[in-house]
Design a protein around this ligand. Structure first.
Ligand SMILES: NC(=O)c1ccc[n+]([C@@H]2O[C@H](COP(=O)([O-])OP(=O)(O)OC[C@H]3O[C@@H](n4cnc5c(N)ncnc54)[C@H](O)[C@@H]3O)[C@@H](O)[C@H]2O)c1
Length: 384
């Protein structure tokens, strides 16, 4: 059994996602476990170089986590043949450019979503990766949520019968920052010019969730809103929050399923989790949160009576049965990193290429257009 090194240029690791999910919970966790196991029993040890604009910050991060290499010189890092992979979790707006530079330098590329801030740029970079023959991928973390993996199992087990509707609720209250509670998300998310907006952010996710679990997305109708037009940023300054902070979107899926997703940063939570998906079918329904999932089979479906004259006597939540935790669910970002590393080194199958990210940007753009034009839009196939 041999261990092989894989050099990874990591960009944007000072950010929330880059640091918590990708560096700490994925790459460092993989290193601590002795690397990624390949099908032939060999192992791959990721060897990251942290790249960022602020030399002190990336060097401090590297020291904190026992990583040997950090730099501010991205061009030099991309030239180094010892590093085969480039990863980006920095700002959405620079992503397509950075990926293109890395692809031109012959690197395999992996990145956060969205793969670009416009469909045109997303298609261009995915085409470039294809033409240069580099391995490529985009984060699709929601597919690895235990709640959604349980829904997948239910579907494959035939639990739903004929599935016909999916209703999703995503969101929570993001504080405005102006009355004693600081905002808990980066301010760029609420400014159009900085790549913000919940439609670009969340429709990218809903595309791969719907495509993979419920049926390919065929059409979209989306109504966006900016419910909170002024917010306070990280420096305590009031700014115009001109990006959409809520989206009410309906999707028609191949096979006839109708899906509706509410996504909002202006909603107070009274449900099972920060995101929930209710799936209805002829034989049964299920509700999944991030980790848990509850089912109600047709034979266990109660018969509530509509009577506004008496208070409700049924406790609806108690009428559902929880799907047990029969397996261990690892961090989804880490699972995807391990799959990507195996794909790069051993050419194992991989289902999260840049094209999947392109489809996400396509749906987000169509969502924005549907909102602007107040109409349903079909989702055309994309050829690279
Ligand atoms: N998969 C998910 O669930 C998920 C969740 C949140 C964010 N994201 C994506 O991750 C990316 C980062 O989001 P975040 O929430 O971590 O944001 P963040 O603001 O915490 O981090 C942004 C990172 O980009 C860097 N950056 C910003 N402007 C830059 C510039 N001009 N030049 C170079 N670097 C720059 C910052 O230094 C930081 O490292 C976004 O593309 C976002 O869409 C994905």
């Amino acid at each position: 059994m041999a261990t092989r090194r894989l050099g990874i240029v990591m960009y944007g690791v000072t950010g929330r996602m880059g640091l918590n999910q990708h560096l700490v919970r994925s790459i460092l966790a993989i290193r601590q476990e002795g690397g990624v196991a390949l099908p032939n029993g060999d192992r791959v040890m990721p060897d990251p170089i942290l790249v960022g604009r602020n030399a002190e910050r990336v060097a401090a991060l590297a020291r904190q986590y026992g990583i040997e290499r950090s730099t501010t010189d991205l061009a030099a890092a991309l030239k180094d043949p010892r590093d085969e992979v480039f990863f980006d979790a920095a700002t959405t707006q620079m992503r397509a450019d950075l990926l293109s530079q890395a692809i031109e330098a012959g690197k395999h590329v992996y990145c956060e979503k969205p793969v670009a801030d416009t469909l045109e740029k997303a298609v261009k970079v995915a085409k470039l990766a294809k033409s240069k023959g580099v391995k490529n991928g985009v984060v699709q973390d929601k597919l690895f949520l235990p709640g959604l993996r349980k829904i997948k199992m239910l579907r494959e087990a035939g639990f739903f019968g004929r599935m016909f509707a999916v209703r999703g609720e995503f969101g929570y209250w993001v504080f405005e920052g102006d009355w004693g509670q600081p905002a808990q998300r980066p301010s760029w998310n609420y400014r159009k010019a900085d790549g913000g907006g919940i439609i670009l952010d969340m429709l990218c996710h809903w595309r791969y969730v719907l495509d993979n679990l419920f049926g390919k997305v065929k059409a979209v109708s989306c109504l966006g809103a900016t419910h909170i037009p002024k917010r306070v940023d990280e420096d305590g300054k009031l700014y115009n929050a001109d990006a959409d902070d809520a989206a009410y979107a309906t999707f028609q899926l191949e096979g006839g399923v109708i899906a509706h997703m509410n996504s909002s940063w202006c909603v107070r939570v009274r449900r099972d989790d920060l995101v929930t998906f209710q799936v209805d079918g002829t034989h049964g329904s299920a509700v999944a949160g991030l980790t848990k999932c509850w089912t109600q089979h047709r034979v266990n479906t109660p018969r509530p009576v509509w009577n506004p004259d008496v208070p409700q006597t049924m406790n609806f939540y108690s009428q559902w049965e929880e799907v047990p935790e029969n397996i261990v669910y690892e961090n989804g970002f880490k699972i995807q990193w391990e799959d990507f590393i195996r794909h790069v080194v051993a050419d194992t199958p991989w289902h999260h290429g840049l094209i999947e990210g392109v489809k996400g940007v396509q749906l987000a753009e169509l969502g924005l257009k549907s909102w602007a034009e107040r109409r349903w839009l079909d989702v055309p196939e994309i050829e690279l």
